[in-house]
Unconditional design. Sequence first.
Length: 213
Amino acid sequence: MKLEGERWRTLVSAVRLGKDEYRVVRPARPLRHAPLYEGYMGVEACVDKSAALEIGMAWAFAMRSPRTLVYLPLRQSDCECRRGDGPSLDLVLLHHSLGFRLSKWKDVRAKLRGGRPHTVVCQGLRQDRDEPAYWGNEELLRGDVVAGTAFVVGSRPAFQVGGQAFRQLVEDCPRHMHEVPGTHCCAEVTKDEQCWKWLHVVYCDEHRVSTRR
């Protein structure tokens, strides 16, 4: 499966707080099998094939959308592959150039309504040939947990470098899992200059995914 050309169905909302207005894009339908939670090494998730694709498309869209908050409501997701009992979290991806104060997120989320349906054609996450594989500290992704939400904040280059792990998760993991059942296949995105596991997303075997609500 290739990310490029896939269609992501979303809802687009404009939320006003005082004199400021924020554009929020989220999936048109909830992701059922993508629980995100605080784990031992940072923030962790386990995903099935469909959820991996949606997260990959959301990441690709966020990379190219510096004026948008990309919101993935994941707190109600469930999966037997979940490995920890930490608090469940949502996920928000945004550019640091937006200057969004994370403390405002709870108020923005509370004002979200139905939204306008919009379909995004994914442009993929392949790294440009003339871009270096490593950027300076100012280009690294930053993360935090606020109001039950994990935030990933960075520039386009930072999202592009981090996105290679999600491209591999979507495009390579299903084949690896089919050829070698039980293989650990994941996307790891490091945080800040410490280069530790900030976001660890594990691909789960389809037959192990729970249908519990």
